[in-house]
Structures are given as structure tokens and as C-alpha cells.
Design a protein around this ligand. Structure first.
Ligand code: HEM
Length: 453
């Protein structure tokens, strides 16, 4: 099978002044040093992503064994060709799970048969319609007052705590909680079996870290316990038949597969598992980045409260330049040529969604945040094609509401200067600040953001 050497797809010149394919074997390419989980990559992936796009748009990463696809047009080609590129590996563990961890999961009955993101079979369109029915534009518009009320409720508490403590973390107390509470309402699971947002957030975060992170064995074992609990709770809830009739779980129970049979429990649980995670963690991460970037941008914070569509434009630019879902996976169904590289059947691809939002072939001055950009929605933060995120409208709306309500409720707030770098979540496919610390106005001075108008 013809597999072109890693990094030779573009035929461009490498920093040593050699055509990529003609590097002597003993010289090192800068990409050899790239570690997708390392702190330097997580904190500032842009130089790496630029190098990938320019020099090795289809690059074999020896550390993960994945083929990194980084140009906007190549990613679109992959996502729009489901016959050649299958989604089956979308939820595979990025770090192999050792036997001891698999045992913990097996004891909890954990399995994820194809349902949504990892489903390339003919059961996918119908299952996807069930999801879309809960998050279509009409339902999202109707939910705006609910989103605003929950945001105001959480930020009232923020105001009180800012007054008392002088500082506040907008991630753990607001960005992370808002989407979870909204999702519970929209899915009709609020109050089921006494489940609370904090538990769902803990389970969801554990699932992301176990399947998309690089945890130690000890940590994998802890995470597997939590993921097992989550799966068991979902299985009990699906099997009990007590979910309200207008809930997502009841809709799955009514669903029929193309052959007319009902969904088996494992597939219904698999669909819930994905939606419960995708619907809250990613949106919380998006809100965290939106807030952090808005607080850092001179003059923006006060403007979003009264300039029509500015919050929406800001959210879109964050989705383009710094999206929470940084990558997504596909696997080749057969040998395929992609950007001049011949990939074998079974090649595991990592689509660099984040880097594609800074592709200069599509976005002029990609490093500039430009909320009035003419092709502002051409980014691939939500994918494209038959698996395109059905929660996009909800995520966009929640993030814009969160920004507007935060700026209105906390007009004087400013980023808190912290010692050292603030913590970041840095998983294979998810990236966001893990803290957005803010302080009240400096004594006797207007807030920094407001002052710089
Ligand atoms: C900022 C927030 C979000 C981002 C960046 C995001 C991104 C994505 C991406 C990249 C995909 C894969 C697309 C593909 O394979 O082509 C996806 C799929 C999906 N997302 Fe989202 N998502 C977000 C929020 C949500 C929300 C709020 C929900 C549900 C309420 C949701 C539910 C789903 C589902 C069910 C799929 C699988 C769809 C399918 O396979 O047909 N996501 N999302």
C-alpha cells in the first residue's frame, strides 16, 4: 500500500530550506517536536497549526498515530465524503485504555454502540432527527427567555460574591453551569431521579478527560468509575420508563429504526451519553473563551450590551479562531488521495477544525477578531455535512446571551491579574480556559475594560 511519508503532502519548503520530501533522514523537522497534549501546544497552538497548514497539510503524527488534516478545503472534502471517510472512530479513546480500566467500565456495563457522532449506518438519519427536534431554531428561540433567566440568576449570585470576596470565577460558577441547566430543561430531564447539574458536569468532564485526554493510569481508573456511574444512571433512567413524555429519553423510546424495531437500551444510552456531554461541556467551554476574550478586548464589554448583533458576531469569531471543539476524527474506508497524500484504508484522521478557522485561503487577516467579517460563518467549528452539529443554534444563542447578560449585570468587572498562567483544559478535541477570574472595579477607578473605550 502506498503511504506517502508524513509531512510531504504539500511539496512546500520546510524551515531548513529543503523541499519537505527531500529532508535528509537525520535532520529534524519542527513538527517532530509537536505534542498535541503538551502545555505549549495547548496554550498557543497557532504557530503549530500555521506550520501544519503551510508545510504538511496531511501530516502523520507519530505520537498519536493520527493523520492531521489542517487546511479548510481538505477538512471540508473529508466531512462531505462519508463514503470514503467514516465517523466510526469519533469517540474512540485517544489514549488506549489498559485492561484494568476496561474492567472498571465493563463492570458498569459500559458500551457505546453507534448512535450519533460515531454512526455511519442507516440508523443515523432517524436518530439525528430525534436530536434536531429538540434543538431546532424554533425551540432555541423559544428558550431564549429561559436562558436569560438562568444567566441572570447565576450572575446575581456572582454580584453578591464579588461584593463579598472581591473576585469571582466566571467559568466554574457561570459558563459551565448555564448550559447544563439549559440542557436539562430542553431535554426534559430537570428533576429526574434527583439528578443535579453538579453531578452531570462532573460525569461529563470525566468522560471528556477519559476519552479525549492523556491521563495517567491512576487517573484513568478514577475517571472510569465516574464514567461508569454516568452510564449506569443513564441505563437505569432509560430502562425505568419514567422519563416525562416530552423528554429526549421518552422520544428515544418512541423512536423506530429503519426496519421498524424500537431502539435497544444500549443504543438509546449511547445517544444520551453523547448528547448530554456535547450539549453542555462544549458550550460551557465556548462561553468561557467568549468571556475571556471579550474581557481582554479594549472597550468591547460595555459595547455588547447596546450594539445590535455585536455579541453574536463576537461569538462567531471565537468559534472561528478559538473554538472549543478543536479537532474531530474520521477513519478512511478505503485507500484515498487527500491533498496529494495517499492514505491507506483504516487511516485515523484528526481534522484540525481550530486551525482551519485561521486558514488565510478562506479568512483574510485570520488573527484579527472581526465581528463584521463578511464570511463570518464559513468556519468549521460545528463540522459540515451529515454529522454537522445539530446543537449549533443552541450553542451560538447561549453564548451570545451569556455574554450580553454578563456585560449588563457586571459592567464594572475586569480580568483578575493572576500569578502565572491561568489553567487550561487541553484535551485532544477540547480546549478552553478552566478559569475566567474577574475582580470588581479597582478602588476609586472605573473598570479597565470600560475605561479603555
Ligand atoms: C460550542 C458548542 C459546540 C460545538 C463547537 C460543537 C461541535 C460539534 C462538532 C464539531 C460535531 C461533529 C461534526 C461532524 O462530525 O461533522 C458535533 C456533533 C454533534 N453535536 Fe455539537 N457542538 C457544540 C454544541 C452542541 C450542543 C449544544 C449540542 C446539543 C444540544 C450538540 C450536539 C451534537 C450532536 C448530537 C452531534 C452529532 C451529530 C451527528 O452525528 O449527526 N453539540 N458538534
Amino acid at each position: 500500500m502506498d503511504v506517502t511519508a508524513p509531512g510531504t503532502g504539500s511539496g512546500t519548503v520546510d524551515p531548513h530550506g529543503l523541499a519537505a520530501g527531500s529532508r535528509p533522514p537525520d535532520t529534524h523537522h519542527p513538527l517532530d517536536l509537536m505534542d498535541l497534549f503538551a502545555d505549549d501546544f495547548v496554550r498557543d497552538p497557532y504557530p503549530w497549526l500555521d506550520t501544519l497548514r503551510a508545510q504538511a497539510p496531511v501530516h502523520h503524527d507519530p505520537r498519536t498515530g493520527l493523520w492531521l488534516v489542517s487546511r479548510h478545503r481538505d477538512i471540508r472534502q473529508v466531512l462531505l465524503d462519508p463514503a470514503a471517510f467514516h465517523p466510526d472512530n469519533a469517540q474512540h479513546a485517544a489514549t488506549p485504555l489498559p485492561m484494568a480500566v476496561l474492567r472498571v467500565l465493563a463492570k458498569a456495563g459500559f458500551q457505546l454502540p453507534p448512535a450519533l457522532a460515531n454512526n455511519g449506518t442507516d440508523s443515523h438519519p432517524g436518530l439525528r432527527r430525534v436530536v434536531s427536534g429538540f434543538f431546532n431554531a424554533r425551540r432555541v428561540t423559544a428558550a431564549i427567555p429561559v436562558i436569560e433567566r438562568i444567566a441572570e440568576d447565576l450572575l446575581d449570585d456572582a454580584r453578591a460574591r464579588l461584593d463579598a470576596d472581591g473576585e469571582y470565577d466566571l467559568f466554574t460558577s457561570f459558563a459551565q453551569v448555564l448550559p447544563c441547566r439549559v440542557l436539562m430543561q430542553l431535554l426534559g430531564i430537570d428533576g429526574i431521579d434527583g439528578i443535579d447539574p453538579a453531578t452531570l458536569i462532573r460525569w461529563s468532564d470525566a468522560s471528556l478527560e477519559l476519552f479525549w485526554g492523556r491521563p495517567t493510569l491512576e487517573r484513568q481508573l478514577e475517571l472510569a468509575e465516574l464514567v461508569g456511574e454516568f452510564h449506569q444512571w443513564l441505563t437505569r433512567t432509560v430502562n425505568s420508563g419514567t422519563a416525562p413524555t416530552d423528554s429526549f429519553i421518552a422520544a428515544l423510546a418512541r423512536h423506530r429504526l429503519p426496519d421498524g424495531t424500537p431502539l435497544d437500551t444500549a443504543t438509546a444510552v449511547s445517544a444520551c451519553f453523547f448528547v448530554f456531554i456535547a450539549g453542555q461541556s462544549t458550550t460551557g467551554q465556548l462561553i468561557a473563551t467568549v468571556l475571556r476574550q471579550a474581557l481582554a478586548e479594549p472597550g468591547l464589554w460595555p459595547r455588547v450590551t447596546h450594539e445590535a448583533a455585536l455579541a453574536e458576531g463576537w461569538v462567531e469569531e471565537v468559534l472561528r479562531r478559538e473554538p472549543p471543539v478543536t479537532t474531530w476524527r474520521r477513519v478512511t474506508a478505503r485507500p484515498v488521495d487527500l491533498a496529494g497524500v495517499t492514505l491507506p484504508a483504516g487511516a485515523q484522521l484528526l481534522l484540525m477544525l481550530m486551525g482551519s478557522g485561521s486558514d488565510p485561503d478562506v479568512f483574510t487577516e485570520p488573527e484579527q477578531m472581526c465581528p463584521s467579517r463578511s464570511n463570518i460563518r464559513h468556519h468549521l467549528a460545528f463540522g459540515v455535512g451529515r454529522h454537522r452539529c445539530p446543537g449549533a443554534s443552541l450553542a451560538r444563542t447561549e453564548a451570545a446571551v451569556a455574554l450580553r447578560v454578563a456585560a449588563r449585570t457586571l459592567p464594572q468587572v475586569r480580568p483578575l491579574a493572576e500569578e502565572g498562567e491561568p489553567p487550561m483544559l487541553g484535551l485532544l478535541s477540547f480546549r478552553a480556559p478552566a478559569r475566567v477570574a474577574v475582580a470588581g472595579p479597582a478602588p476609586g477607578a472605573p473598570a479597565a475594560a470600560a475605561a479603555s473605550q
